[in-house]
Design a protein around this ligand. Sequence first.
Ligand code: PMP
Length: 416
Amino acid sequence: MSFSAEQFKKQFPLFAQEENAGLVYLDNAATTQKPLSVINAMRDYYIHSSANTHRSSHRLARRSTEMVEQVRNETKQFVNAVSAKEIIFCRGATEALNLLAHCLCSELQPGDEIVISTAEHHANIVPWQMMAKRHNLILRYVPHSAGIPQFDRLGEVLNDRTRVVSLTGGSNSIGLRPDLSLIRKLLRPWQLIWIVDGAQLAAHEEIDVQKIGCDFFVCSAHKFYGPSGIGFLYGRETLLESMPPWHGGGEMIAEVEFQQSHYAELPHKFEAGTSPLAAIAGLGASLDFLSRQDRTAMAEHEQRLTHWLHRELNASPNFRLISQASHNLGIISFVPVEGSATDLMHWLDERDIAVRVGHHCAQILGRTSGNQVTVRASIAAYNTDDDIRAFLQALEDYCEVQQLATSGVEVHSKSW
Ligand code: PMP
């Protein structure tokens, strides 16, 4: 198999709409667009099999239940879990991390320690802060250099009170992709729980939780061409078994008595209430969609565009590049030397180029690195060479206008 971004893009109806004819979508770290197969799976679910699961035994209820368990099985294969019981459906990475923070921390002793890093998304900071406060736990950060975590120094913050290490599998702010095999090696001597925030990983590389060696892995489908409102938590079965449930309600119980309840078996113990069933159907379609791609060729294409953008921005005196090209998940963060990042974002938006500006839900990284507001362009496999050329040209035009406005400054212009 090989990969053509142009052919791949044709599967995404949003780009075929007349109003989006000139759209250059570079906000993929926030969310990806959806292929027709995912949209159809959700539509088909409502048209053909809409019914609540597990509760009743009529034909549609059975079909709905089978669909959910089939997608669970596909998700198990997607991450190479040992058992489908290790897959818990949830709203996304944020909910999965809140579940983990709540369930794990409630079992800890005051003074126990949790390790995170400066490159975490707020979803992997705030839940730990909340639980640390509630249970008198200590929150530590991997040593960093100007905000960039030095994962090779992880051992410096580990001790016999460390219970949980929850680290990014890829930073949404600067694209940094830590060496997970190094982290595994450094954690090996310690008895602790390792969580990988994989929200940014799954769109760009195949996931193998057994190879990674983590205890938990969290993910959101909308980051890998699936619908929003659905994601999953992978957890080792023995750990999930030993954890208390989180949300209480229907579906997660075996029996309810006056004063107490007995909980359902895994995975239902952690899935209280009615799941977003159409979204689960869409998740299944997105896994199927990805399984039909040549993931290696797809990743090579994304990496080529990422390196191209890094090279050009690095060579330009008009921009200060913040992300690095190596070990990067297709995220290019930078600031203009003249003018503001926000003005630049509006300039790009007027030319129908979608990028993001701000702290990217990573204020600690922004503050410690001295780059609180950056422009972020993030690549998906449907981005074409034409997208990159249009983006670079718009950046160039912006700089010319800025430099003319502040006149007297030499115009550094270049054809991309
Ligand atoms: N972690 C990372 C690295 C992310 O990029 C995101 C989404 N930007 C999240 C967690 C949270 O994901 P969600 O909003 O889908 O729950």
